[in-house]
Ligand binder design. Sequence first.
Ligand code: ACM
Length: 262
Amino acid sequence: MRIGYYQFSPEFGRVEENTEKLADTLRSAKADLIVAPELATSGYLFTSVEELFGYAEPVPGPSTEKLTDAARESGCAMVFGMPELSGDTVYNSAVFVTPDGVEYVYRKIHLFNTEKLYFARGDRRLKVVDYKNARVGLLVCFDHMFPEAARTLALKGAEVICHPSNLVLPKLGQLTTRVRAVENKVYWILANRYGTERKKDKELTYTGKSQIISPDGAILASAEESRDELKIVEINPASARSKKIAFYNDLFKDRRTDIYEI
Ligand code: ACM
């Protein structure tokens, strides 16, 4: 299976242009699955709920339709972030589009900092999606700081974690995602954005350095700090199935759920 990340710098509020960029990437990708950043259609630095509502869209909606068409043209699927409008609520969501349409929508469960002012917290259980010969789980950015999230997906059978991100704390996400891959023996696709967004007295710089990690912690691909990059690698999802790490050790079977009080 050929998987990859698309690192770029979405332009704030330019939903059509950002989505077109995602669609162009999808059309040109010779891959099975590409992961793009968090809030890739809209940009990140919202300063009011009204502003967020201006760029949020339902799913299915114009952006997911455009990307489904692109997926159909290329035969490649994409996981990307967008503000998802559902009734009068907006979620920070990751959408999995395939040539057959929207396969799954994950609503970020751990909101970071001021996201709590604008987005609703995802309240659906974590789910693993079967796609081609892989079992795929989705998380969004700050979820990486909660090992329970990745562990839950891995225990449910995830072999590949797709992780659209807008990381701002230098080096942290690259470190934790490598650890999450090793401690769960899964592939991990961190698709981060780069660039700086400015609004009045607010400024955020995103850290780039997207990466793909193997179940044994090898860095299969890694991006630079601040440039567009589409990187694709060949993986064998079945190699994430065994959790054995020593003759007498299995990462999942050795868990002491009789002792942990969580
Ligand atoms: C983040 O969750 N966007 C840091």
